[in-house]
Ligand binder design. Structure first.
Ligand SMILES: [Zn+2]
Length: 79
């Protein structure tokens, strides 16, 4: 949907892009004080309302994800 601007549910091509804002409830907090956040952009079908969300893979997110993946793998016993 992000690239094709076509809804995978109803095939409508009336898809709008709603870019995330710095101070939005939709954002993914990456630290306690939310000085680092993952901003989420949304793609919404104007025919059926189906919505997809994408987190921007900026440097803040990539750095945070490295640590999170390491922690996650440790928990499951996989390295
Ligand atoms: Zn749709």
């Amino acid at each position: 949907m992000k690239n094709s601007f076509q809804c995978p549910k109803c095939n409508s091509t009336e898809v709008v892009e709603v870019l995330g804002q710095r101070f939005s409830q939709q954002n993914v907090p990456l630290n306690t004080w939310q000085t680092k956040i993952g901003i989420q952009d949304r793609y919404i079908c104007c025919n059926c309302g189906y919505t997809e969300e994408y987190t921007r893979l900026n440097d803040d997110f990539k750095n945070w994800a490295k640590g999170a993946l390491k922690k996650q793998r440790g928990k499951d016993g996989f390295v």
